[in-house]
Design a protein around this ligand. Structure first.
Ligand code: UDH
Ligand code: MN
Length: 383
């Protein structure tokens, strides 16, 4: 009978081999599951399909998938001359920076300079919460509704800042106190709109941005719209609140995300679109009730309509996010992946052209315009 002298070593080797094979199999299954989830999410998305071929058939590597996604994404990013501008010596390319030169020959001579002369660059942000009365005293140059125009020249940019809002009064006060001086130094013809929705409806950031856009246009011929989270405080006034040729993502570097983009295709936080862009993409989807997805949906609309993504330069586009937890009426939207999956199909009929809401109050307060609305979630989700 054959006697094995090395039986224990062979047994150990066998066990080792079985463990290795199981680990490889497990990793394969996990990758496969994650991969099918990610591709489902990007199914009707051009860079999704573009990258599928780059992935190995048997061991799909999800991290490679994301790397490829990012590189394709970056090719789509345009940096305009104005966005790379170093101040004050290098004047920007006029066609890029100008949101809209006011019409009429008389105005041309008195246009504000291409590069606002009083910008200071990196800012120390104000953390204290001033009362609205204190703010009114601090910014007496503001007109009703939080409106401003440079006193000595004709602004090149008519900009509405739209802030979707609910139950964050201290954050709102901090934002206003930081934003007004920046926008004034940028010599903008601007107003700040705070759009709020009545309880108990689940919060819907995107519909509030569509409503802000619509209500601002009823007041003035704004050309450029900056959609702005209430908790993001700009750290550099050279991050211009203007609209370039393509939709621009502005909150590129946020302290909460270690001043890096959390993912390549992000469009949330602060973003800039012209009136023409908004019409072309049919605004935001109205159907995202709860947290998440609405900015990714807009990203799809931008791609779909042939526009490119422009990003503000990372050195300037720096923001502090005021610390906050998850709000009760803004629970994570569990429907968001289903909505995103069909985003391209919905874009033409769900947006500005299907927007329904009721204005409960519209008040031109000393430091901002307040638009308080009621929306009908059931009706919106049905249509
Ligand atoms: N908001 C309110 N009140 C609420 C909920 C939201 O005012 O109860 C507004 C506010 O402007 C806020 C914005 O909606 O800044 C976004 O909500 P959030 O600050 O709770 O979102 P969060 O900071 O998201 O978690 C940051 C972007 C994460 C990546 C985007 C994923 N697609
Ligand atoms: Mn936030």
């Amino acid at each position: 009978m054959y006697v094995c002298d090395n039986c224990s070593t062979v047994r150990i080797l066998k066990v080792f081999l079985v463990i290795c094979l199981s680990l490889v199999l497990l990793q394969y299954l996990i990758n496969l599951a994650t991969y099918s989830y990610v591709t489902k999410f990007l199914k009707d998305d051009s860079y999704g399909s573009h990258n599928r071929s780059a992935i190995g058939l048997f061991f799909p590597d999800v991290s490679d998938f994301f790397k490829n996604l990012q590189s394709v994404q970056e090719k789509n990013v345009t940096r305009s001359a104005s966005e790379n501008l170093t101040l004050p010596s290098e004047p920007a390319n006029m066609t890029e920076i100008v949101t809209n030169i006011p019409s009429g020959k008389d105005d041309i001579g008195n246009l504000c300079p291409l590069v606002p002369p009083t910008l200071v660059g990196a800012l120390a942000t104000y953390k204290e919460v001033l009362s609205f009365e204190e703010m009114q005293k601090k910014y007496p140059e503001l007109q009703a509704g939080g409106r401003y125009k440079p006193p000595d020249c004709k602004s090149r940019h008519r900009v509405a800042i739209i802030v979707p809002y609910r139950n964050r009064e201290d954050q709102l006060k901090i934002l206003l106190n930081n934003l007004h001086p920046v926008l004034e130094r940028q010599q903008l013809d601007y107003a700040i709109y705070i759009t709020e929705m009545a309880m108990p409806t689940t919060f819907n950031r995107a519909i509030l941005m569509n409503i802000g856009y619509t209500e601002a246009l009823k007041d003035y011929d704004f050309q450029c719209f900056i959609f702005h989270d209430v908790d993001l405080i700009p750290e550099n006034d050279r991050n211009l609140y203007t609209c370039p040729e393509n939709p621009r993502h502005m909150s590129v570097a946020i302290d909460k995300f270690n001043y890096k983009l959390p993912y390549a295709a992000i469009f949330g936080g602060v973003s800039a679109l012209t009136k023409e862009h908004m019409i072309k993409v049919n605004g935001f989807s109205n159907k995202y009730f709860g947290w998440g997805g609405e900015d990714d949906d807009m990203m799809k609309r931008i791609q779909l309509s042939g526009l490119k993504l422009s990003r503000a330069p990372i050195e300037l586009a720096r923001y502090k996010m005021i610390k906050h937890g998850r709000d009760k009426a803004n629970e994570v939207n569990k429907q968001r992946f289903n909505l995103l999956y069909a985003a391209s199909k919905r874009a033409k009929k769900d947006g500005l052209n299907s927007l329904k809401y009721e204005v409960v109050k519209k008040e031109y307060k000393p430091t901002y315009t307040w638009v308080y609305v009621q929306v009908n979630q059931k009706e919106i989700m049905k249509s």
